[in-house]
Design a protein around this ligand. Structure first.
Ligand SMILES: NC(=O)C1=CN([C@@H]2O[C@H](COP(=O)(O)OP(=O)(O)OC[C@H]3O[C@@H](n4cnc5c(N)ncnc54)[C@H](OP(=O)(O)O)[C@@H]3O)[C@@H](O)[C@H]2O)C=CC1
Ligand SMILES: O=CCCC(=O)O
Length: 360
């Protein structure tokens, strides 16, 4: 199933409004989203327009614009932008972050603070997490004062962090064992798309919870995919990031090669942008790399974590990925040089260094 905020695509009829668990998440929707009524049919399923879907929702429980409390765990680069978007669209948001001071900016925008992940889950029917890695995702669920202490019937937990399928499955099993519902929903898109509500959401797991989350996903993203069983969202995200991280390396090598062979690296970027391999990443990151500017949108340490997890997925499936493995080595080297908190494009510094700085 695919949803597209911009084009109004919906593939399969949603169960929203049927009151599966006796509640439906709604926020105050943006005008653009309210006007989005285009209907398109995909070959493999029935479809419903956003207008029809909203009518269904309204029919199920009265007025469409009912405020709902959403919990948000993890206010890093992505979590802060996503929680801010929910607040701007009228959601009531209760936030928690390990480093408590980071909650203050959200409080200034109207959020309330939960003392612990458990306290957030106790207060909210839906809690979203956006945490750095598998260890953080597990800790927030399983440790003392964690999500599991308060999850139960009729409560949804949505982990949007980039983790591996095994981590997601472990969380899913425990949440379900306690009567709650779980989806993984990692995202494609970085800081700016998160700020602009233009993420691509790769969800999997409990389909009813997914349907209930669609209004919030409409706020956070431009498109959401429902990919079936738990693990599929995590795997899709890792494959995408494995490609992205790998691509950053030949871009770096190309910039070095252009420079070392007497060409203008900026002209190389201009040429690339007009040809078959033009892409938003080269266009956005290339000029900043030439300036040595690596303000983190996507921290390098997270890109290396994704390469590592994607390579493990390759191992499991006996897929040989020598290009990705080499890219991972460059990211590891960058981390060892203390570049982990910079943007992942800082791998350029490692590539430049490996290429030598003198004249041929
Ligand atoms: N940045 C990007 O462009 C994108 C990132 N992602 C993914 O989203 C997730 C978040 O990324 P991003 O926001 O960039 O990362 P940040 O490093 O900016 O934020 C990480 C968050 O995780 C929290 N955290 C880390 N360890 C723990 C722990 N042990 N217990 C509790 N909380 C913890 C941090 O808390 P504290 O503030 O206390 O350190 C912070 O809130 C990652 O999985 C990343 O791979 C996905 C798409 C794009
Ligand atoms: O996981 C990070 C993805 C960053 C991006 O899609 O630009």
């Amino acid at each position: 199933m695919i949803r597209d905020k911009k084009r109004g695509k919906i593939v399969k009829k949603s169960r929203i409004g049927r009151r599966g668990r006796g509640f439906v998440l709604r926020g105050r929707r943006s005008l653009a989203s309210r006007l989005n009524t285009t209907e398109q049919v995909y070959p493999s399923g029935c479809c419903v327009s956003h207008t029809e879907e909203r009518r269904e929702r309204a029919g199920a429980g009265g007025a469409e614009e009912v405020e709902m409390e959403v919990g948000f765990l993890g206010l890093g680069i992505m979590g802060k932008a996503m929680a801010t978007n929910l607040l701007r669209h009228g959601y009531r948001v209760t936030v928690w972050n390990r480093t408590t001071a980071k909650c203050q900016e959200l409080v200034a925008l109207g959020a309330t603070v939960g003392e612990t992940p458990a306290a957030v889950v106790a207060k909210c029917r839906y809690t979203i997490a956006m945490l750095s890695d598998p260890s953080a995702a597990l800790s927030v669920v399983f440790d003392k004062d964690g999500v599991l202490e308060q999850i139960g019937d009729g409560i949804g937990y949505i982990d949007m962090s980039t983790v591996d399928a095994a981590t997601s499955s472990k969380i899913s099993e425990e949440v379900k064992r306690k009567g709650g519902a779980f989806i993984e929903a990692p995202v494609s898109g970085s800081k700016k798309p998160a700020e602009d509500g233009q993420l691509v959401i790769l969800a999997a797991g409990d389909k009813t919870l997914y349907d209930e989350m669609v209004p919030a996903f409409d706020v956070l993203g431009k498109k959401s995919f429902f990919l079936g069983e738990i693990g599929n969202g995590a795997k899709m995200k890792l494959v995408v990031n494995m490609i992205m991280g790998s691509m950053m390396n030949p871009l770096s090598e190309g910039l070095c090669l252009a420079d070392k062979s007497g060409l203008s690296a900026q002209t190389l970027l201009d040429v690339l942008d007009l040809g078959a391999i033009a892409n938003p990443m080269f266009k956005l990151k290339g000029p900043a790399m030439l300036q040595g500017s690596y303000s983190p949108a996507f921290p390098l340490k997270h890109q290396q974590k994704d390469m590592r997890l994607a390579l493990a997925l390759g191992d499991e499936n006996a897929v040989s990925m020598p290009v990705s493995a080499a890219a991972n080595e460059a990211f590891k080297k960058a981390r060892s040089l203390g570049l982990g908190d910079l943007d992942f494009s800082a791998v350029y510094e490692v590539v430049k260094d490996a290429g030598g700085s003198g004249q041929a």
